[in-house]
Design a protein around this ligand. Structure first.
Ligand code: HEC
Ligand code: HEC
Length: 217
């Protein structure tokens, strides 16, 4: 497991060096293309009416426990839906709903939500504990910096990696619940179990602090 983790992280450092100059400016065309994936925005908008009932018309939900999908990577959205379909990830509502969507619909729906203005918090409350772990991790305790994978302000690891979801500006209650689910083993669908390994080492207070910090970004 650590082998996988190290390999991933080494890859990121190379990416960081290559892209350091571009991470803070407006998204480039190739980055947007990667985020959107191969579907059709207009078709996806129509086909996602059911989803909009909970996730919001533009992918910004009103419920703290329903994740925002606005500006999320389409590939990640599709992967999670397929995980709900296969049972790799389970949730009382989403597992049943996912079964009603076919593959073609899924690609369009994912592209529609990905095309919306990226989720945004109300400004960083600057939770110092959360901020420190996000930027620096706690390496002796085997907690890597979240930013390494989730990108600047948790907005994604552009330009060429869509495996790592946008988490900056996500709802606090949802973030907290997911970190608890990774830690307890209730959610087990991250590649190489990377998130399970990381969350295992987080305390309750750290999970609260991270959710607080990330939701503001
Ligand atoms: C009745 C409300 C409801 C409806 C309708 C609904 N969802 Fe969800 N969705 C949820 C909830 C609640 C979660 C959080 C699941 C969890 O806690 O693991 C979720 C999670 C997700 C996730 C995971 C997001 C992430 O960040 O990991 C995706 C993707 C998703 N839904 C897509 C859809 C799509 C596509 C549709 C339409 C086919 C849809 N949902 C319809 C309530 C809903
Ligand atoms: C080595 C890479 C890596 C690092 C470091 C990392 N993550 Fe993740 N994280 C991932 C991947 C990959 C996923 C997507 C899992 C999946 O496919 O379902 C993920 C998913 C998540 C999710 C679920 C998002 C959602 O919408 O459901 C949360 C929350 C999260 N990470 C928080 C964190 C926090 C907090 C840290 C730092 C303590 C962190 N991550 C560090 C790779 C990483």
């Amino acid at each position: 497991m650590f082998h996988i983790q190290n390999r991933i992280v080494t890859g990121f450092f190379a990416v960081t060096l290559l892209t350091a100059a571009t991470t803070c400016v407006a998204e480039r065309v190739d980055v947007i293309k990667l985020r959107l994936g191969a579907g059709n925005v207009g078709t996806g908008k129509n086909k996602s009416e059911l989803c909009q009932g909970c996730h919001g018309e533009t992918g910004v939900s009103l419920d703290d426990m329903v994740p925002n999908l606005a500006g999320q990577y389409s590939r990640y959205i599709a992967k999670e839906l397929r995980d709900f379909q296969s049972g790799a990830r389970t949730h009382q509502i989403m597992s049943a709903l996912a079964l009603t969507i076919n593959d073609a619909e899924l690609i369009d729906i994912a592209t529609f939500f990905a095309s919306q203005k990226k989720m945004q918090g109300n400004g960083p409350e600057g939770n110092p504990v959360g901020k420190k772990i996000f930027l620096k991790g706690d390496v002796p305790r085997k907690i890597p910096p979240c930013e390494t994978c989730h990108g600047v302000n948790g907005k994604g690891r552009a330009p060429n990696i869509s495996t790592f979801p946008v988490i900056g500006g996500q709802h606090k209650g949802y973030l907290r619940a997911q970190l608890i689910n990774w830690r307890s083993g209730e959610r087990l669908n991250s590649p190489g179990n990377i998130m399970s390994q990381i969350a295992e080492n987080l305390t309750d207070a750290e999970i609260d602090a991270l959710a607080d910090y990330l939701s503001g970004l």
